[in-house]
Design a protein around this ligand. Structure first.
Ligand SMILES: [Zn+2]
Length: 153
């Protein structure tokens, strides 16, 4: 008696072919939406970078408009071919931020901080923020939508 009930439950239940097709369709749509968001949020909207020291924006670079030096006593800008070298003198040390206009990427190439971890990341999309904590320096991507939150730590 009880065995028969189990069999009935199985045959009348969950995985009919039509259900499987609906689940598959939902999975495909969900994956498509995820990809659309992922690619829109990554590289697509990356226009340039904003450099700030101790919470103050000292320099901005956009690929469309070029550099704008908001603090000439802190920042020295130098163009060399496809590269723009931005030397930032903070009260705690210096960093050289290198913008590659051909590759559309930004990274710190020189710094006199301990460890030099800020030289590792490279910004080539909207998702990366470079932070040099000994020098309180951040390099954040400027995106065509709202700029991302900067973690101050
Ligand atoms: Zn550093």
């Amino acid at each position: 008696m009880s065995l028969k009930k189990v069999k009935e439950a199985k045959s009348g239940g969950w995985f009919r072919p039509l259900d499987l097709i609906i689940y598959a369709a939902i999975a495909v749509v969900a994956a498509a939406i995820f990809c659309a968001f992922f690619f829109a949020g990554g590289g697509g909207g990356f226009d340039g970078v904003r450099v700030s020291v101790d919470g103050q924006t000292v320099y901005e670079y956009t690929f469309s408009a070029g550099g704008s030096n908001l603090s000439p006593q802190t920042v020295e800008e130098e163009e060399s071919g496809a590269l723009v070298l931005i030397k930032v003198q903070t009260p705690w040390g210096y960093n050289v931020v290198c913008v590659d206009r051909e590759k559309r990427s930004v990274k710190i190439t020189e710094a006199d901080c301990k460890g030099g971890d800020c030289k590792l990341p490279e910004i080539s999309g909207g998702g990366t923020v470079i932070y040099c904590s000994p020098h309180r320096l951040t390099v954040t991507p400027i995106t065509s939508s709202a700029s991302p939150e900067v973690p101050i730590g």
